[in-house]
Design a binder for this molecule. Structure first.
Ligand code: ADP
Ligand code: MG
Length: 240
């Protein structure tokens, strides 16, 4: 579903990604972890070209994201993305947040979009909040809305960038539970997260990044059992 091949990226003279190669198969859940500043966000954002890159290729469902002529808005509409900071539209109600892109980008009728949005809102346990504004919801609730909004576009895969790291601790699990359910339903997912409980539960593979390099790309059993690199060993010893 996602093929990342020899991707390098520079910010000016600073190389943020070095020759990164990995892939995510259909239905696979891949967790990306590593120290702050190692390039995790940059890597995941290259997948839908929120960050351009100078070398290498990335394809999503066979479409080369960096190629001239690629319909990026169409590609992005099929790749769900959930960020650290919810990023709901503050001036729109939850229902409007859930329906806007369905109507504008997918051309769905308001009725169809509303039915789909409310169904997903129900699924993340927030049906009663439909008429509220994002600011009236807790961080955990807002992040569940953000996931429902991404799902409303019928994505072929989902990208998560530290979706729980801005949340108060007691709200982390309500978001992880939704992600675990998605994973168990077979959604293709690439998740930057340091929630190792999540990784242990549902990850098929774990990628560990350090200084712009993918230094581990292995099964979770290998990652937690015997990471090869010293850097990953040190990282695990600090967070587990
Ligand atoms: P991570 O998500 O692993 O914490 P990032 O991908 O956000 O890492 O950042 C990787 C490195 O790139 C960091 O050193 C960061 O300071 C740098 N960086 C990120 N965005 C920019 C930018 N827009 N311009 C210059 N440097 C950046
Ligand atoms: Mg980051």
């Amino acid at each position: 579903m996602i093929e990342i091949s020899k991707v390098s990226k520079w910010y000016g003279s600073f190389q943020v990604l070095t020759n990164c190669t990995t892939s995510v198969k259909k239905g696979e859940v891949v967790v990306v972890c590593g120290p702050s500043g190692s390039g995790k966000s940059t890597l995941i954002k290259t997948v839908n070209m929120l960050e351009p890159f100078q070398e290498g290729t990335i394809t999503v469902d066979g479409v080369s994201v960096g190629a001239k002529g690629t319909d990026l808005p169409k590609l992005r509409s099929r790749v769900g993305m959930v960020f650290q900071n919810f990023e709901l539209f503050p001036h729109l109600t939850i229902t409007e947040n859930l329906t806007l892109a369905q109507i504008k980008v997918l051309g769905r009728s308001k009725e169809e979009a509303t039915a789909k949005g409310l169904g997903l809102l129900d699924r993340v346990g927030l049906k009663a909040q439909a008429a509220k504004f994002p600011g009236q919801l807790s961080g955990g609730q807002q992040q569940r809305v953000a996931i429902a909004r991404a799902l409303s576009m019928d994505p072929i895969c989902m990208l998560f960038d530290e979706p729980t790291s801005a949340l108060d601790p007691e709200m982390v699990n309500e978001v992880l539970d939704v992600m675990v359910e998605l994973a168990q339903e077979g959604m293709t997912m690439m998740c930057v997260t340091h929630e190792m409980g999540f990784a242990r539960k549902v990850a098929d593979r774990v990628i560990f990044m350090d200084k712009g390099n993918i230094v581990e790309d292995c099964t979770k059993e290998d990652f937690f059992g015997s990471p090869r690199s010293e850097r990953a060993q040190l990282f695990l010893s600090k967070i587990l």
